[in-house]
Design a protein around this ligand. Sequence first.
Ligand code: NAD
Length: 396
Amino acid sequence: MIIKPKVRGFVCVTAHPEGCAAHVQEWIAHVRAQGPIAQGPKKVLVIGSSTGYGLASRIAAAFGSGAATLGVFFERPSEEGRPATPGWYNTIAFTNAARAAGLHAANLNGDAFSDDIKKQALDLIRADLGQVDLVVYSLASPRRTHPTTGVVHKSVLKPLGASYTNKTVDTDKGIVSTVTIEPANEAEIADTTAVMGGEDWELWMNALDGAGVLKEGCQTVAYSYIGPQVTWPIYKDGTIGKAKEDLERAGRKIDDLMKLHRGRAFVSVNKAVVTQASSAIPVVPLYVSLLFKIMKAKGTHEGCIEQIQRLFEKQMYNGNALDFDEHGRVRIDDWEMAPDVQKAVFDAWPLVTTETFDAHADFAGYQSDFMKNFGFGLAGIDYEAPTEVERPIEDA
Ligand code: NAD
């Protein structure tokens, strides 16, 4: 069938298989162009490997340092002619490319929060990899079924204490408006922490440790975000920020465990990029559109793959170069948080309206990244040509 983008709010409900493959190839090409990552990881588990920062981590490990990878993700295959989710097609493209390069690549599609998927991952690691030397935890999910209680926790993106009013942008139409978000109650804070906090990362690492599949020197990293003061009420100081505090708590606990293997655990604070997860957060897409313009003008703009390739090459696998902030986090958001960049955002913020949006923001860049996440707008793809939507991952 011929697949066209169908954007509904902050998601696109269609995805293009060849376009997703071309997107994955762009990321692979970036990693290859940077050259090999000396002393990089060799056997890697990526939890949340099919899109965004997790996919970038898998690509950087495989094509930057020849790593065998096991990817865990939760994606929907095609159904009755309806295209699969982008992460499904990304995974096929990654797996094809990895195997063509002689690299082992195994995939597990299912709920990473469940005991069953953890058990299946342990079995696959034992069978194929023996042990892992890197575990990347990169889940972004709106809900989590707790493995012991069976309770379904739903995360919310809300401020704490008081309502929050600020500008936001309709990422489909480019209309700048004002949004007010009411504060979360205690149950919503607890639920968001249950989904996006660190308990599940701890469960994974304890399970891997218990199965004896953590290699001496193994590292584990989970990703977080801080961002500018304009978004703090909805991000850093909101429900998601509380969850990220819990992720850091878990990171410290897991670090104690990893030390027994002469390894380490830490949280990396990454830059704001356009992913399925970040598109859903009010206010953030407006900030990201302004940020892109400023960072592109300065020559410091990065997407997921540039961020993770830099994290691996310059920090994690560069001798003792890991550079922690006062809270023990690695800051690969350093170029975003540079004072001159933040000042430029701060100065532009009050001036942005629908009419001035194009002058202040890189909306074309935002939209292009958004569409690419679904396999649209890639060079060399004939979007008028029919394509096969049904593609099994098993055959990849
Ligand atoms: P994303 O939506 O692109 O990717 C999420 C991944 O998690 C996908 O591979 C998806 O399949 C997987 N997943 C979701 N629920 C799952 C489940 N139940 N079982 C198995 N897999 C599941 O998200 P992203 O933006 O790359 O976010 C990844 C991490 O990076 C998050 O912790 C996020 O907070 C952090 N981060 C994101 C940004 C940003 O701007 N996007 C910035 C800094 C940090």
